[in-house]
Design a protein around this ligand. Structure first.
Ligand SMILES: Cc1ncc(COP(=O)(O)O)c(C=O)c1O
Length: 361
């Protein structure tokens, strides 16, 4: 088969997921494997969420509620935005894909940072867009560089806030100045997958920005702090007109019923999840100390993962860690040949990671 569209598809570098624990166990014959590779929380669902999952599982013979009525109602109340300014997705990945499907056509341009979350690049290229990727400056967004890359064909600018893999964020003032400079014709997609972990005082309240900037689309997820990565549920918040367009393009049953029930229960069990986030926060400090004691360079993060410069080819270090039952992510694919990204785990997991890393180095 030969066609321009297929040629384009073949040029896309496939997404590289973190290796599943079971696969590593099977392939390497290891009994104990820990996964610190996909920015998941190490904590399972709270007892209340687990109960909601079990209850919902009993009714999976029925199609899910296409409009996510109860989840929409709860989130609308929590965020203080009307229900018609919300859209739910099969993970926030789907919100990214929907935005591109709606607003980007072959020949259009999309601006992203480099390195950044891979799906922006993959989904934009799949739509036939040209991707302009603007290098981070000292692991932070170069908003001037991004604004300078705008032209007539630019349709979406992606801002991962905080972004993956750097773990850094864009603060309120520069974000505001950037939005003013960009104008209202280009969609600015603010991806806040990790926002629940951010404690910084100057982190923008993006929901407030929606009143002034109808071209902003915010995406969030239940995959990270809320720990529902395996169920797939995320959401977008934007002007009702933007949501209406996305809504027309989504599949009718894109969020399954168990995921809807679990997400709703997460919102109702904040205390549990705040405690989990606090544990991650204190473990972040422990990992900083231990990694620095190994004389490694770290990028200070506001998330549940840390970018670490191991000062040698990280591919080898990551492989040796894997052979000893610790899965982390090699950053070579992102062009960071001496870096790995480690997700902050439980105290025990982090201790094992540091112990094994010390041996490997
Ligand atoms: C920056 C960022 N955005 C979005 C996502 C997608 O998360 P999900 O589709 O599970 O909601 C991820 C997941 O790794 C991410 O790192």
């Amino acid at each position: 088969m030969k066609s321009l569209a297929l040629k384009r598809v073949r040029e896309i570098k496939p997404y590289q997921p973190g290796k599943p624990i079971e696969e590593v166990r099977r392939e390497l014959g290891l009994r104990q494997v820990i996964k610190l590779a996909s920015n998941e929380t190490p904590f399972g669902p709270s007892p209340k969420v687990l109960k909601a999952i079990v209850d919902a599982a009993k009714k999976v013979n029925r199609y899910p509620d296409s409009g996510c009525f109860y989840l929409r109602q709860a989130l609308s109340r929590r965020l203080r935005v009307p229900g018609n300014q919300l859209i739910f997705g099969n993970g926030s990945d789907e919100i990214i894909v929907l935005a591109i499907r709606a607003f980007v056509h072959p020949g259009d341009e999309v601006i992203i940072a480099r390195p950044s979350f891979l799906i922006y690049d993959i989904a934009a290229k799949a739509a036939g867009a040209k991707v302009r990727s603007i290098p981070l400056q000292d692991f932070r967004y170069d908003l001037d560089g991004m604004a300078a890359a705008v032209n007539q064909r630019t349709k979406i600018i992606f801002i991962g806030n905080p972004d993956n893999p750097a773990g850094t964020y864009v603060s309120e003032r520069p974000l505001l100045a950037f939005l003013k400079r960009i104008g209202k014709k280009i969609l600015v997609f603010i991806d806040e997958a990790y926002f629940e972990y951010v404690l910084a005082k100057d982190y923008p309240n993006s929901i407030k920005l929606l009143k002034k900037f109808p071209n902003v689309l915010i995406a969030r997820t239940f995959s990270k702090m809320y720990g529902l990565a395996g169920l797939r549920v995320g959401y977008g918040v934007a002007h009702a007109d933007v949501i209406d367009i996305l809504n027309r393009l989504r599949e009718p049953f894109n969020v399954n019923s168990v995921a809807q029930a679990a997400a709703l229960a997460c919102l109702q069990d904040q205390a549990f999840y705040r405690r989990c986030a606090k544990l991650i926060e204190s473990q972040r400090q422990v990992l900083y100390r231990d990694l620095e004691a190994l004389d490694l360079r770290i990028v200070k993060t506001v998330t549940n993962f840390i970018l670490v410069d191991v000062k040698q080819k990280s591919q080898n270090v990551v492989r040796r860690l894997l052979e000893r039952g610790v899965i982390v992510r090699d950053m070579g694919f992102w062009g960071l040949d001496t870096f790995l990204r480690v997700t902050i785990g439980t105290e025990k997991e982090n201790e094992k990671f540091i112990k094994v890393l010390r041996e490997v180095l």
